[in-house]
Write a protein that binds this ligand. Structure first.
Ligand code: Z16
Length: 839
């Protein structure tokens, strides 16, 4: 079958109004058309989902010209392109954002309502692609939005997991995981490109041979070969014509390779092989921070990285005579170490397939890659047992040994007789069982290394990557994370967006620093009034949603105190619980105590194998139940755990929050990005000096931020001095009462064993120093309560928070990456003149 472009086909595109027009009438007609001809449904029998699908296709039609023109422009102009390699892209629902970025939300709303439908209901039909765990995957998605908005040539490469992050249900207070069948009704946003499939080798052995020029070469004879099929999704920028591609790879069996087996009668062997091949892109590993050394996970990483690099080389050779200038045309960003095997794979492709010599290949490789680190947790630093690595990728193993040999050879000259240095820097960990250290491979093979917040980068330089920093300080820089205001303000908070735009115009959506203009209105009582009314209405909406979802009635006039993020001990959801139980305990002892009524809202998934995180979820639900059923509390405290926290729910909850909980142990949260989303939507932060909290506080001003807890230095010093949590337990009466209450079985129907592991871990171990930070947190929360009582004052603080969040747009982050790491310029996309321009 011939799948290459057929140049003899001469047929100018005819202006197809129904697929490109942006006016209400055209959209209405197109919607009807797509319902019949694409979705195959008569209007009388169409479900909400059918109508959503028809609308999604209608919008995709309007993206296609922009998308194809963008790709064609990149090819023709032979531009420099950034390629973002990420095992996760947590993009969230596409429909609303595409409407906003195209600038046709109102027209479509009108078209849809003239057909008797509600646009918001259709938008709610979309099943979000949960192709990520949390912060890292969501960051990749925000960056794709900003790259397109800034008109930067870019491709996002990843894995098209058939099952994304599990759906969470709560049964009797416990997390239950349900498979995420996000593809079951079809995905209208993607286009499969089987003609661009590539093959990836696994297993087997290598052999050396002499080529026709007498050069020694290595050949990889694999055990099996897997096919990668690309699925492309357009990522449109805000009010520009640029639509970049997110290209996700699906694995399939390679027919050609199974023939031998079939013919030899090894039917089951062939089928096994097929099943295994298809399994590679089957499911996302649901662990946020600590990686699990599972072989299939390593296969996933190599699979998508090899597919992507082969794809880049193919595209490159389409426009260039050789790969000599590869590093001048591509900058490949490694989103954490998950794709860092790419360093060895590019070497292999250059040397074995394209016959480069080592030095030239290494020069190109080193100048192609850049590496972002996302964690300081030692247990989350990826390393793979040599035994697994060598068996799966025998040729890469040879190449890594050679990289390491040459690297250490240089080190030996710089630090003669320093064996400690050598073994600390080595790509191979030889202290016990041998491992490949993926961060070391990434550092050695990259031209730039960055952390994701100022503190995080400093700690990388001082601690986790100290030896590398000493060796090549010029490679290190900080790129503080950011989030896209298109999704996290415009799309999720239309009411606030309208109120802001009414005062300062709409430039802030692309230039978030312009929010500063809001500072002129903090003293405007009318503005503060409407600000408060908006917040109240959004909270009332959330209250309705909570009632519908979990049957709990909450009062929108109470302080909404929110912690939504993955459940992890270092994020300290249980510190939040200690505060709740403290308030409860105070009210029990003193029923007339004057406290600010609060609604505590939690959301987040626990890794299925993470016992303590699951127990924390159970604790939250148990405390919620007891407090809710206690008439003496009289609704002054409510605790809600909302199941299945995801992007869609995030969009609902950030706008409704009064208080944002960012309470990780100092030095543990690399950046955090939820902290930014809350603050942009007018909530105040209670937080530690950790990750990007520090920079948020710097921007909004110390007086607009509720700070508590130990600093990183204090945490280190306390640990070094032999931290003993029992001292806090015995010396703080209230803390002891709270821990004893939980330990006694009060919240677990008298079962004193249920929360024992959690309580004991705090009293005797407390690796995340909750007890050390307890009193400071409680005192700080008391200040929050008092501040909230003065609503005028609170509104001023909230407005100032929004006004000063400009720095945390992902547009700023991406500009910094472009200027300091990628050295890439914007490229304007001109549409053919028969395409109607954006509104
Ligand atoms: C992840 O989401 C993060 C780090 C990591 O090593 C692995 C995963 Cl899946 C998070 C960090 O915890 C968070 O602080 C940071 O904001 C986020 O990555 C994006 O940089």
């Amino acid at each position: 079958m011939d799948t290459s472009p057929d140049t003899s086909f001469v047929c100018p595109i005819i202006i197809e109004d129904d697929r490109t027009g942006l006016d209400t009438e055209t959209i209405r007609r197109a919607l009807r058309d797509n319902l019949l001809y694409i979705q195959g449904k008569l209007p009388e029998l169409a479900s909400k989902n059918d109508l959503y699908m028809a609308l999604a296709y209608t919008i995709r039609d309007r993206l296609l010209q922009r998308w194809l023109t963008t790709q064609q422009t990149y090819l023709k102009k032979d531009v420099r392109t950034v390629c973002y390699l990420s095992a996760e892209f947590l993009v969230g629902p596409h429909l609303a954002n595409n409407l906003i970025n195209l600038g046709i939300y109102e027209q479509v709303q009108k078209a849809v309502s003239e057909s008797g439908l509600k646009l918001e209901e259709l938008i709610a039909q979309e099943e979000e692609p949960g192709l990520g765990n949390g912060g890292l995957g969501r960051l990749a998605a925000c960056y794709l939005d900003s790259l397109s908005t800034l008109e930067i040539p870019a491709i996002g490469y990843g894995i098209r997991y058939e099952f994304g992050i599990f759906d969470q249900e709560i049964h009797d207070g416990w997390q239950v995981e349900i498979t995420d069948k996000w593809l079951q009704y079809g995905n209208p946003w993607e286009i499969a490109r089987p003609e661009s499939s590539v093959e990836v080798k696994f297993g087997g052995y290598t052999e050396s041979y002499t080529d026709e020029n007498g050069n020694y070469r290595s050949r990889w004879i694999p055990d099996y070969v897997v096919k990668g099929i690309p699925y492309d999704t357009p990522i449109l920028g805000y009010r520009v014509n640029t639509a970049n591609t997110m290209r996700l790879w699906k694995s399939e069996a390679c027919e050609s390779f199974d023939f031998g087996r079939f013919n030899r009668g090894d039917y089951y062997g062939a089928v096994d092989n097929k099943v295994h091949s298809e399994n590679i892109s089957k499911v996302l590993y649901p662990n946020d921070e600590p990686i699990q050394g599972k072989e299939l996970r390593l296969e996933q990483q190599y699979f998508f990285v090899s597919c992507s690099l082969q794809d880049l080389i193919r595209i490159h050779l389409y426009e260039n005579p050789s790969l000599d200038n590869f590093h001048q045309k591509w900058s490949v960003q490694l989103n954490d170490t998950h794709p860092s095997v790419g360093v060895a794979e590019l070497m292999r492709l250059l040397i074995d397939v394209h016959h480069f010599d080592w030095d030239k290949a290494w020069f190109i490789t080193q100048n192609t890659f850049a590496y972002t680190n996302h964690t300081l947790l030692p247990e989350a630093l990826e390393k793979w047992p040599l035994s697994i690595f060598g068996r799966l990728f025998p040729r890469l193993m040879e190449i890594i040994y050679e990289i390491n040999y040459r690297f250490l050879d240089k080190i030996r000259i710089i630090y003669p007789h320093d064996d400690g240095k050598m073994s600390r820097l080595s790509i191979i960990d030889e202290s016990g069982e041998k491992y490949v250290r993926m961060a070391h491979l990434a550092c050695v093979g990259s031209q730039a290394i960055n952390g994701v917040a100022a503190l995080h980068t400093e700690l990388l330089k001082k601690d986790v990557l100290r030896d590398f920093y000493e060796l090549f300080p010029e490679k290190f820089s900080n790129k503080t994370n950011g989030v896209t205001p298109r999704r996290w303000m415009v799309s999720s908070n239309p009411r606030l967006t309208f109120a802001i735009t009414e005062k300062i115009g709409e430039n802030w959506i692309k230039h978030l620093e312009d929010l500063r203009g809001l500072e002129n209105y903090v003293d405007d009582g009318g503005f503060r009034d409407s600000w408060r009314r908006i917040k109240y209405d959004i909270k009332a909406d959330l209250a309705n949603y909570i009632d519908k979802k979990v049957g709990i009635k909450v009062d929108p006039s109470t302080l909404f105190d929110v912690q939504v993020k993955r459940i992890h001990e270092y994020k300290r959801q249980h510190l939040n619980v200690l505060h709740i139980v403290t308030l409860y305990h105070r009210l029990k002892n003193n029923p007339n105590l004057d406290i600010t009524p609060r609604t505590f809202i939690f959301g987040g998934k626990a890794a299925p194998g993470y016992f303590m995180a699951k127990l924390i979820i159970k604790l939250i639900n148990s405390v919620a139940e007891v407090i809710d059923n206690d008439p003496t509390i009289g609704g002054r405290l409510k605790v809600v755990f909302l199941p299945d926290y995801n992007v869609t729910f995030g969009q609902r909850v950030y706008p409704a929050a009064d208080l944002s909980e960012q309470i990780s142990t100092a030095g543990k949260e690399a950046s955090g990005t939820g902290n930014m989303k809350f603050s942009m939507n007018g909530s105040l932060t209670i937080g530690t000096l950790d990750g990007a909290n520090i920079e948020i506080r710097e921007e909004v001003g110390a007086e607009n931020f509720f700070l508590f807890g130990l600093t990183t230095e204090e945490v280190y010093a306390k640990k070094a001095a032999g931290y003993n949590p029992q001292e806090y337990y015995y010396h703080n009466e209230e803390l002891r009462a709270v821990l004893d209450l939980i330990g006694s079985g009060f919240f677990s129907r008298g079962d004193s064993s249920l929360f024992r592991p959690l309580v004991d871990n705090l009293i005797y171990n407390d690796p995340y120093m909750l007890l050390a930070d307890y009193q400071s947190y409680i005192d700080c929360q008391e200040g929050v309560g008092w501040a909230y009582k003065d609503q005028e004052h609170w509104s001023r603080l909230a407005i100032l928070n929004v006004a000063r969040m400009g720095k945390f747009s992902s547009d700023r982050s991406i500009r910094e990456y472009c200027e300091e790491i990628w050295r890439i310029q914007p490229v304007k996309i001109e549409l053919p003149d028969y395409i109607q321009a954006n509104a």
